[in-house]
Each structure stands twice: as structure tokens, then as C-alpha cells.
Design a protein around this ligand. Structure first.
Ligand code: PEP
Length: 252
């Protein structure tokens, strides 16, 4: 049985008080219902991580960051290291998000370095992959995702691979309202599990959580999560509203 995971990616949204209010609302919603078996993660802007960790202490969600430095420490102005995240009790970190690849030119090689930094500090990387629209239209989505994962993850030893979460996020579906169909998501998730199996064997592939991301909403989450290789979601827009995020958590 694989972990069920719903992770929110707040991106660069909310003031401090809005962030606090949303997390308090999430805590209340979680308190009102029976304990869930879904692993809930909220990835806030870095500046709110301390507050989020404080609130999460008395609730059933964990806190993640949205990026980490590829370097351990030193003269990297503005960067945040895995050591710093670990010292703030941050348990997860998104890396390789398509927005970072696009606006900050993050490469697969850098994602590989970031994975190494995070694993070295016992933070679970949520590694994003996914094709852009032109690549899907050219039927190159499998080739693209295979290259992203091979170059950013397949340097890992098998034991380290058991501490990874992969998020398949077709770039054409992120923030566009165009969700992948459940069949498209399943097809890619099964492909990803297959290449992981080829590299690391059946046992590790079977346990690997693979999340879907891209315009996942309370309306479409249940059909996506019902797919055999979809283990949950990485949720952007809909994670900003506690009630919507909660509906997605309850869509399993
Ligand atoms: C994301 O950016 O990770 C994401 C999935 O965004 P959205 O849900 O808004 O498409």
C-alpha cells in the first residue's frame, strides 16, 4: 500500500496574516473530521515556514519549502540551504518545478544537486517533471520525462530513492484550467513507475509515491486519484483556499 499524499504549493501568494489565517482554517477543518490517512503537506513561501511549522505542530499536516539551494553554504546571496530548512523542522521541499525551470533556468543537473542536499539533511524532495505543450503535441512527453528523471534522480543509490516523491506536472496543465485526463495521468504515471522499476527494481518502484499536478481541483481530484498509479496531487491554485484543499484531501 503506497502513501497517499496531497501537497499544496502556495507559490508566491499571501501576506503573512493571510497565510496564518489559511493555515488556522486548515487546522480547524482537519480537527472537525476524523483522522485522515492522507499525508498532507503545505509548501509555503520560505519566509512563512517558521510560522507554518509552529501551527503544524498541533495539527495533522507537514510543512514543505518550494526550493532549496544546490550548495551547502557560503556566498550565495538570497539562497536558503537544506541545513537551514532542516534547522527549521521543514520536512519536504519541492524541486524542479516548471516555474523554476522556466524563470530561473533550473537544469536537471541542478535538480540532482538539490536532491543530494535535501537527502543529506533528511528532507524529502518532491521532484517535479513534465512536458510542455509542444512536446506533448509532438508525442515526445515520455522521452522528455525520462530524460528529466534520469538526469536528476538516477544517480541515487537505491536506499536514497526510497525517500523521494515524484510529481508529474504537465506544464500545459499548470495554472491553465486544462487538466490532464485521468487516462493521460495514469499513462504517464505508469510509464514513470516502469522506468523506475527498470532502474531500481520492482519493490522500490511499487513503493514510490507519484503525484499528479496541473489544475487539480475539488471537481476533478477524485477521478485522478482513482487511477492505480496516481498516489495524490501537488496542488497549486486550489491549495490557497483551505476549504478547496480540504475537499481535495477528502477526494481519496
Ligand atoms: C503547481 O504549480 O504545482 C500546480 C499544480 O499548479 P495548479 O494546481 O494551479 O495548476
Amino acid at each position: 500500500m503506497r502513501q497517499k499524499i496531497v501537497a499544496g504549493n502556495w507559490k508566491m501568494n499571501k501576506s503573512f496574516s493571510e497565510a496564518e489565517e489559511t493555515l488556522d482554517e486548515l487546522v480547524n477543518l482537519l480537527d472537525e473530521q476524523e483522522k485522515t490517512d492522507v499525508n498532507i503537506i503545505v509548501c509555503t513561501p520560505a519566509i512563512y515556514l517558521e510560522m507554518a511549522v509552529d501551527i503544524a505542530e498541533s495539527s495533522a499536516f507537514a510543512v514543505g519549502a518550494q526550493d532549496v539551494s544546490a550548495y551547502e553554504k557560503g556566498a550565495y546571496t538570497g539562497e536558503i540551504s537544506a541545513t537551514m530548512l532542516n534547522s527549521m523542522q521543514v520536512e519536504y521541499c519541492i524541486i524542479g518545478h516548471s516555474e523554476r525551470r522556466k524563470y530561473h533556468h533550473e537544469s536537471n543537473a541542478e535538480v540532482a544537486q538539490k536532491v543530494e542536499q535535501l537527502l543529506g539533511k533528511t528532507i524529502t524532495p518532491i521532484v517535479c517533471c513534465g512536458e510542455v505543450l509542444a512536446e506533448r503535441e509532438a508525442n515526445r512527453q515520455f522521452e522528455v520525462v525520462k530524460q528529466q528523471l534520469s538526469e536528476s534522480l538516477f544517480q541515487l543509490q537505491p536506499l536514497d530513492f526510497t525517500n523521494i516523491i515524484i510529481a508529474y506536472e504537465p506544464v500545459w496543465a499548470i495554472g491553465t484550467g486544462k487538466t490532464a485526463t485521468p487516462e493521460q495521468a495514469q499513462e504517464m504515471h505508469a510509464f514513470i513507475r516502469g522506468i523506475v522499476e527498470d532502474k531500481y527494481g520492482k519493490e522500490i518502484a511499487k513503493k514510490l509515491p507519484i503525484l499528479y499536478g496541473g489544475s487539480c481541483t475539488p471537481q476533478n481530484a477524485a477521478t485522478l486519484f482513482a487511477q492505480p498509479d496516481v498516489d495524490g496531487g501537488l496542488i497549486g491554485g486550489a491549495s490557497l483556499v483551505a476549504q478547496d484543499f480540504m475537499k481535495i484531501i477528502n477526494a481519496f
